[in-house]
Design a protein around this ligand. Structure first.
Ligand SMILES: CC(C)(COP(=O)(O)OP(=O)(O)OC[C@H]1O[C@@H](n2cnc3c(N)ncnc32)[C@H](O)[C@@H]1OP(=O)(O)O)[C@@H](O)C(=O)NCCC(=O)NCCS
Length: 191
């Protein structure tokens, strides 16, 4: 794999590697109950934010030891007024097996920046990197079946729902259903 040039840019966004100061930028987003509701962990504390950012800063490419790419999503200059900060969330992909041909994608966006298609734009840029740069065969997204915003996003960017697993995940005191969406490299060629 050749190394990836960062940041990635889209029409309205920059997608860049994490920096230490992002703990402060992401804390107001990840400390929200409505954001963490369907994520694996509890709402972030300031300490958890620092721990998470430290973990993510090494995730700079699928070809690195981390086997993951975790990027901060920020609006380009001039769009800052949307929610008072240029950092609006993050998007990541990580390899899911030894073949280095399959990955999972995940996303988080500040609700204050929702409804503009920013998450779609960031996730599409990540899928482009996954298939066009890393030549992956398959990318999946998994979410709590109650997370309709996330499922809509997966559909919007062209992923197909492949499964609805009943009560397969013990999450925050209850069994929850999981949706699995997938995209194959061949799906893109016919699109
Ligand atoms: C999942 C999540 C990222 C989706 O965010 P989102 O704001 O709904 O997604 P987008 O930024 O792509 O915006 C889509 C909306 O903008 C609208 N939109 C406006 N302009 C648009 C454009 N240029 N392109 C695409 N959509 C656009 C769409 O119609 C859609 O509106 P709708 O919600 O009324 O259907 C967000 O809800 C989130 O971070 N949730 C908490 C964390 C989480 O659960 N992450 C997933 C774990 S599996």
């Amino acid at each position: 794999m050749k190394s990836l040039t960062l940041p990635l840019t889209t029409d309205r966004l920059n997608l860049r590697a994490h920096r230490e100061t992002d703990a402060e930028a992401l804390l107001p987003i990840y400390s929200r109950e409505d954001v963490s509701q369907f994520l694996l962990g509890e709402p972030w504390t300031a300490e958890e934010a620092r721990t998470q950012i430290a973990k993510r800063s090494s995730k700079t490419g699928l070809d690195t030891e981390s086997r993951a790419l975790s990027l901060i999503v920020e609006t380009k200059d001039g769009l800052d007024d949307i929610e008072g900060s240029v950092v609006i969330g993050d998007v990541g992909i990580w390899l899911t097996d030894d073949s280095a041909e399959k990955a999972e994608i995940g996303w988080v966006l500040n609700p204050a920046a929702g409804g503009h298609g920013f998450a779609s734009e960031a996730a599409t840029a990540m899928l482009n990197v996954a298939f066009d740069h890393y030549n992956l065969h398959r990318v999946i997204a998994q979410m709590d079946a109650r997370n309709t915003a996330s499922a809509k996003l997966a559909s919007r960017i062209g992923m197909r729902q492949e499964a609805h697993l009943r009560q397969d995940w013990w999450s925050k005191g209850e069994w929850s259903d999981t949706l699995i969406f997938g995209m194959l490299s061949t799906d893109r060629q016919v699109a």
